[in-house]
Design a protein around this ligand. Structure first.
Ligand code: GSH
Length: 208
């Protein structure tokens, strides 16, 4: 049984979403990152103390997009992961990684500056720089949506799991507005049964 260590708004949602899409059995172990006392069982899994992580038999892994690639490689093949010879593969690979490396990672800087930093440090050069980087990278998502319903083309893939998470993170927690096309895209991806189940499982046992 695969164990997903996660939190309700964490990138563990990407992992749980993929597991639901693939129909694989798993359990979620919630970690409260803001708890005054650290969960020692959690720190033994990831001493770096960032979510998500998975345990699958002898395998322990962190980094949400790497975990997606592991699960698809280990338990695929799956249409969520186009093969290298597929014309959709380059766009798939690009947006799978852009969702984290190009968008979500950079979004964290204005997010923590805007909502967690002391008031005097909220408007800072680093946060403004990161915001500009995200805004320019988001143009690539918008350009893709002018020609196709999904990041890799006509078919939903793990790249959509990666990018959808980032767009929601930015819009809901870091003040990155969504265009009409991005909103329609998110409505499309998050209407999937697997997303709905993943969202519910990720929030189980968590007070509203
Ligand atoms: N690139 C990592 C980012 C992980 C990350 O930033 N996780 C957040 C929660 S979504 C976290 O645990 N932040 C606390 C910290 O890094 O101290 C991934 O995709 O898994």
């Amino acid at each position: 049984m695969i164990t997903v260590w996660g939190g309700q708004t964490s990138r563990s949602l990407r992992v749980v979403w993929l597991l639901e899409e693939m129909g694989l059995p798993y359990r979620v172990r919630q970690v409260d990152m803001l708890a005054p006392e650290k969960d020692l069982a959690w720190l033994a899994v990831n001493p770096g103390d960032f979510l998500p992580a998975i345990q699958d038999g002898d395998v322990t892994m962190v980094e949400s997009v790497a975990i997606l690639e592991y699960l698809m490689g280990r338990y695929g093949p799956t249409p969520l992961q186009p093969k290298p010879g597929d014309p959709a593969f380059p766009a798939y690979q690009q947006f799978l990684h852009l969702g984290e490396a190009g968008l979500a990672t950079l979004m964290m800087v204005p997010l923590v500056s805007g909502f967690i930093a002391p008031a005097a440090e909220r408007d800072n050069w680093g946060a403004r720089w990161a915001r500009g980087c995200v805004e320019r990278r988001q143009i690539l998502v918008r350009r893709q949506l002018e020609t196709a319903p999904y990041m890799a083309g006509d078919t939903f893939t793990a790249a959509d799991i990666s990018v959808s998470y980032a767009l929601r993170l930015g819009a809901n927690h870091a003040g990155f507005p969504l265009t009409d096309a991005e909103q329609a895209y998110l409505a499309r991806t998050t209407a999937r049964d697997a997303y709905q189940r993943a969202y519910a499982r990720s929030h189980e046992g968590v007070a509203a």
